[in-house]
Design a protein around this ligand. Structure first.
Ligand code: SAM
Ligand code: SF4
Length: 360
């Protein structure tokens, strides 16, 4: 059983912090792109899929017709009755009722909505084109259409934001009572407006905000199951958890990554070229990396340690080098061992990279 990721590289407007691969939505180009995605998916029609994630970019910027065409084709290509989790990313301003009805009809059972902040002044600062009111309408509509597994994305540590302000934003967001929360510290990436404008973040302040988040959510219904993710019981994201378990997935679309057999690949990050490659039956996976046993183990440990709640089996640390690195970490209590599983000690989340690098 493997996951299927589909990338929709279109947005209405680029947010100031975003380095994800996407361009301005163009209806004609999106029509051609959907046709290519459909053709591309045929290559994998015999695969047994257990999760689908349609992300972006902004999947909800597609027209109702385009969404319907894509989902109809997926339901004809794959056995959706075996798909346990089917996520669709929504941006508040483009998630109409009509689109929500189509998503429900075709078996989407999880939504991930980018709120980013519950304060309009920060939404503006981040270059978002929605306000809190638009998000409320979108969230209410989704609930009314029967969606009972919704994730909300938030970004914290925006310049000039105080820990108290972040706490208020978080508490305001908790009022929606969503099943899942993804909470990310702002990172300033190259090729973004923030980078060009010389925006910098404050690591120490972001750390305080993270600690505040852990404190606020500690006594809630949410389980802190991954470094940046909290979920109510049994509502952990299955598709993403499969990434953290280093399991296989198919990546469809321009710029999408996949991992099949021992090959990790990335499709060409150019919409027109992707369409041409698919239409001419040329392999669009232009970056390929062979994952040998050593790399596989290192990746499995690095990804598995992100899963704070469940960690990973001690059996993953079988090699002599990993055994001795593990012993060292257990001694200094950066890692803990519980019933045959190894977990990252929560208070050491901020030195995660340093700890994980010991197993590379
Ligand atoms: C694929 S992206 C965008 C999904 C969707 N288009 C949206 O805008 O909500 C997924 C999430 O990554 C987070 N993200 C993207 N760029 C980020 C950055 N530079 N720093 C922190 N979080 C970021 C945002 O919370 C975003 O919702
Ligand atoms: S954050 Fe979302 S809407 Fe904004 S540019 Fe990135 S993918 Fe597009």
């Amino acid at each position: 059983m493997i996951g299927l990721y589909i990338h929709i590289p279109f947005c209405r407007q680029k947010c100031f912090y975003c380095d994800f691969f996407s361009t301005k939505y163009d209806a004609d180009l999106a029509d051609k792109y959907i046709d290519s995605l459909i053709k591309h998916s045929q290559k994998f029609k015999n695969k047994k899929i257990n999760s689908i994630y349609i992300g972006g970019g902004t999947p909800s910027v597609l027209s109702s017709k385009q969404i319907q065409k894509l989902l109809l084709s997926l339901s004809n290509t794959f056995n959706l009755s075996k798909v346990k989790e089917f996520t669709f990313e929504l941006n508040p301003e483009s998630a109409s009722k009509e689109k929500l009805i189509i998503l429900k009809e075709f078996g989407v059972n999880r939504l991930s909505i980018g709120l980013q902040s519950a304060e309009d002044k920060y939404l503006k600062y981040l270059g978002r084109i929605h306000d809190l009111k638009t998000f409320c309408t979108c969230y209410d509509n989704a609930k009314r259409e029967g969606f009972d597994n919704i994730n909300i994305d938030l970004i914290y540590g925006v310049p000039n934001q105080t820990v108290d302000e972040w706490e208020n934003i978080l508490k305001k967001t908790l009022l929606f009572n969503s099943e899942h929360l993804s909470l990310y510290p702002l990172s300033v990436e190259e090729n973004t407006t923030f980078y060009k404008n010389g925006i910098v973040t404050d690591d120490e302040l972001q750390r305080e905000m993270y600690e505040k988040t852990v404190e606020v959510l500690e006594h809630s219904e949410y389980i802190h199951y991954e470094i940046s993710n909290w979920a109510k019981k049994n509502k952990e994201a299955l598709h993403n958890t499969n990434y953290w378990r280093n399991l296989e997935y198919i990546g469809l679309g321009a710029g999408a990554c996949g991992y099949l057999g021992k090959n990790r690949y990335k499709n060409i990050e150019n919409i027109e070229k992707y369409i041409n490659f698919i239409e001419s039956d040329i392999d669009c996976a232009i970056e390929n990396e062979y994952i040998d046993e050593k790399l596989y183990t290192a990746e499995t440990i690095m990804l598995g340690l992100r899963l704070l709640y469940k960690g990973l089996s001690i059996k993953c640390f079988n090699s002599p080098q990993n055994k001795s690195a593990l012993l060292e970490c257990l001694k200094e209590r950066t890692l803990i061992q519980e019933e045959g599983r190894v977990k990252l000690a929560k208070k050491h989340v901020f030195i995660f990279n340093q700890i994980a690098s010991k197993f590379m």
